[in-house]
Design a binder for this molecule. Structure first.
Ligand code: ATP
Ligand code: MG
Length: 576
């Protein structure tokens, strides 16, 4: 094979070689040793159904389901659906299919925070009766104003000392729908001077006359995430409530609720969110990309969503493997996306059949090859796995090679085809370029005339004659037409949040993140390719059949390239 088209994952590999740490695994192992929770391990993955899952969620899924499986425990899927205005059934369905695709199973334990609305209401009443919660008539703005800042304590609400009976009456009338949205809230009575802002009488319930995707119009008051989350974990008997670092400051509040209610107390453990270079991982921002049409949808192959990765051709194995390798940390950091690509290549290298396709066809006529003759050459499907067998590739007088593989005036270190130069055609013969045909108007090269050496057929006695490059090709008469979509990073900058003055994060979008090539040719073997199938196009990278394929026209997504060091040399040359 051409030496210029080799994989180079050395950077990613060096990260992978450090043993991944997983401190949560150690905590659970110690808890089991001490027979905490009677030896039970029960985790949950708690998405809010307000968007599609992204690779950060995949990490949380891998962690929660993975740890439960490892320790013989259980993991629930629980939708934290406390915000009716942003939630949709479409998201619930996409989340379920993504979790399944990643290879995890919640059995019959599919729960919803909304299933607990009655119980949560009862908990709130209990706290009111204990004098630990009160109905407050301040508006949202006033509450914010009373809250104080990190350096200044808050002020007590004028409604803080309402008698219990009045609070009970008002709360039940809130529920009955007597008051308009935003006119009242139920707040926990904790400490307006606490250094932790979350403890300054946080809101537990708000009035919202909205239709919920599951409870319909039954409720017009909804618990806040902070009041619902810990109690939902408790109701489900969760032992280890694993969440991301931003909830560390909420833990004292969750502890306070559980202790005041005197109910089962899961142990909350925080870990660092996954961040990836060249992408954003926030549902709000991903939604903006979809709504503003920067991408074609949640499953656009450039999106860092699970659906996007799937469509792009990522495998669940590669994503799980990536999660294991990056480990679980307590400090936020950014992982190089090259690491994820490394895990992907490793998997595809073993499992994807290798085929030949030409992205930008250049016609080559082999003048001394008999017209009308067709040879069926043997090609190996995957040298990494002899069990994947061989196939036949037709060879004939007119073939296509990639335009990139020919230079009329080759620079140093360009070993591919050039006038009077020989290269090998993969699985076929050595050819020599004897003439270059050009468009008289534009001067563009439109065709090459070559001769072949009949003695050099691959596998024959003289096939070992050395030439410097081997090219991929397809037989013009036999190839299928295909569209290939090439992707680059969605954002130009490693950190999309790093913006020039005046620009928003979307100003860092990469305008060249998608290139569609519509006149590609692939060997006939690929006529049978079905959506989701992955292949290595020899020397070009890994490609996956897109669901847009229709009516015999195959559309491929480039999943990831094989890194081409020639491109690097070329860039250096351009600079020089
Ligand atoms: P986003 O900030 O992207 O909108 P979120 O945290 O609001 O995400 P949830 O639906 O609440 O989204 O997340 C479900 C679970 O996934 C939570 O336990 C959350 O901590 C975890 N999670 C979300 N983003 C990441 C991430 N980048 N890395 C690891 N875990 C994550
Ligand atoms: Mg969240």
């Amino acid at each position: 094979m051409d030496k210029t088209a080799k994989q180079d994952n050395s950077k990613a590999a060096s990260i992978a070689d450090c043993a991944p740490s997983n401190f949560i695994r150690n905590i659970i192992a110690e808890d089991l040793q001490a027979n905490k929770n009677e030896g039970r391990v029960h985790t949950r993955f708690p998405p809010e159904p307000n968007g599609y899952l992204h690779i950060g969620h995949a990490k949380s899924i891998w962690l929660n389901f993975g740890l439960a499986a490892e320790f013989g425990g259980l993991c629930n899927l629980r939708f934290d659906d406390t915000n009716p205005s942003k939630e949709e059934v479409e998201y619930v369905e996409s989340i379920k299919s993504d979790v399944r695709w990643l290879g995890f199973d919640w059995g019959d334990r599919e729960y919803y925070a909304s299933d607990y609305f009655s119980q949560l209401y009862e908990y709130a009443v209990q706290l009111i009766k204990k004098g630990k919660a009160y109905v407050c008539d301040l508006s949202a703005d006033e509450i914010r104003e009373y809250r104080g800042t990190l350096t200044e304590p808050g002020r007590n609400s004028p409604y803080r000392e309402r008698p219990v009976a009045e609070n009970l009456d008002l709360f039940s009338r809130m529920r009955a729908g007597e008051f308009p949205d935003g006119s009242r809230t139920l707040r926990a009575k904790i400490d307006m001077a606490s250094p932790n802002l979350n403890m300054r009488d946080p809101v537990m319930y708000r009035i919202l006359h909205a239709t919920h995707h599951r409870t319909g119009g039954r409720w017009c008051i909804y618990p806040t995430y902070d009041f619902a989350h810990g109690q939902s974990d408790s109701i489900e008997g969760i032992t280890h409530s694993i969440c991301t670092l931003e909830f560390e400051d909420h833990r004292p509040l969750y502890d306070w609720f559980l202790d005041e209610l005197g109910i089962h107390h899961p142990q909350q453990i925080e870990f660092a969110r996954l961040n990836l270079t060249h992408t954003v991982l926030s549902k709000r921002k991903l939604l903006e990309l979809v709504q503003q049409g920067h991408v074609a949808g949640w499953d656009d192959p450039r999106m860092p969503t699970v659906a996007g990765f799937r469509r792009r051709g990522y495998t669940p194995e590669s994503i799980r493997n990536f999660c294991e390798r990056i480990g679980v940390a307590k400090r936020n950091s950014i992982v190089d996306i090259a690491m994820l690509e490394h895990c992907l290549r490793e998997d595809l290298n073993r499992h994807a059949p290798r085929v030949m396709a030409v992205l930008r066809p250049l016609r080559v006529v082999i003048t001394n090859y008999p017209d009308g003759q067709v040879e069926e050459l043997d090609a190996i499907n995957n040298p990494e796995d002899p069990g994947m067998g061989t196939r036949k590739v037709p060879f004939s007088r007119v073939i296509y090679i990639d335009q990139e593989d020919f230079r009329e005036d080759p620079p140093k270190q360009f070993y591919r085809l050039a006038p009077d130069r020989e290269v090998r055609l993969r699985y076929a013969y050595i050819i020599k370029c004897v003439d270059v045909v050009k468009d008289p108007a534009t001067g563009a090269v439109t065709e090459l005339r070559c001769t072949y050496d009949p003695e050099t057929r691959s596998g024959s006695a003289r096939s070992s004659r050395k030439v410097k490059a081997t090219l991929h090709w397809v037989s013009a008469a036999h190839a299928i037409e295909a569209e290939v979509r090439l992707y680059d990073h969605l954002f130009r900058k490693e950190d999309p949040e790093e913006v020039e003055e005046g620009g928003g994060w979307t100003s860092n979008l990469n305008p060249l993140s998608l290139e569609k090539l519509t006149s590609c040719r692939a060997e006939p073997f690929l006529a049978r390719a079905a959506p989701g199938n992955s292949y290595q196009f020899e020397r070009l990278g890994y490609f996956c059949v897109d669901p847009d394929s229709a009516g015999g026209r195959v559309v491929f997504n480039r999943t990831v390239g094989l890194r081409d060091t020639w491109a690097k040399i070329e860039r250096a040359q351009k600079k020089a």
